[in-house]
Design a protein around this ligand. Structure first.
Ligand code: SF4
Length: 180
């Protein structure tokens, strides 16, 4: 595997770890989108996806092109998405459930936490360490290969520790077993 493919593989592995974290954290749909839908009496909501963040902050780097190619192979191009009831400029946004991209998100889409989500992480899980801009930059550097090997391992370990901390509250969770 060449280094660009290694970087993409690493990025997707970290995304998989973070997706496990989000599954346990369970904030975006259960605490945000659902309650916004209730408030709007079922009318579609954009929540935090109010721009085309999947490309807005992408770096002009071939690694971002590779990520986009793989995303479009799996989920289709932006212009091919269903835009019925669209409330967000982002074509990958589903007006009733949120992001359609289960994987291959851009770093900013993967890393972003709103203020309320950060507060929830602090109060419910006692985790004060999440810094979404720091995560965004680190994910960018994993993708472009600008993170050294020790820095990559340190970043990966920090994600695993964060997952373990959150999953400790749910001892039966399968993901906790996977990363322990
Ligand atoms: S790609 Fe997904 S997370 Fe990113 S802005 Fe669009 S809907 Fe939101």
């Amino acid at each position: 595997m060449n280094s660009a493919e290694t970087n993409l593989t690493r990025y997707l592995e970290l995304e998989n770890l973070l997706n496990g974290f989000f599954a346990v954290f369970d904030y975006c749909y259960s605490k945000c989108i659902k309650s916004e839908l209730e408030k709007s009496q079922g009318r579609p909501v954009a929540a935090c996806c109010r721009d085309k963040y999947y490309c807005l902050y992408d770096l002009p780097h071939p690694a971002f092109e590779r990520l986009r190619e793989e995303r479009e192979k799996r989920y289709g191009k932006p212009q091919d998405q269903d835009r019925q009831n669209a409330v967000s400029p982002c074509e990958y946004h589903d007006p009733f459930t949120g992001c359609r991209l289960g994987t291959h998100k851009s770093p900013i889409c993967l890393a972003f936490f709103c203020r309320k989500a950060i507060d929830y992480l602090r109060t419910e899980f006692g985790d004060y360490t999440y810094d979404y801009l720091g995560f965004n930059y680190a994910l960018e550097w994993v993708l472009t290969g600008d993170l050294s090997e020790p820095q990559y391992r340190e970043f990966r370990d920090s994600i695993i520790q964060m997952v373990q901390k959150v999953t400790k509250t749910l001892p039966e969770n399968q993901f906790a077993k996977q990363v322990s």
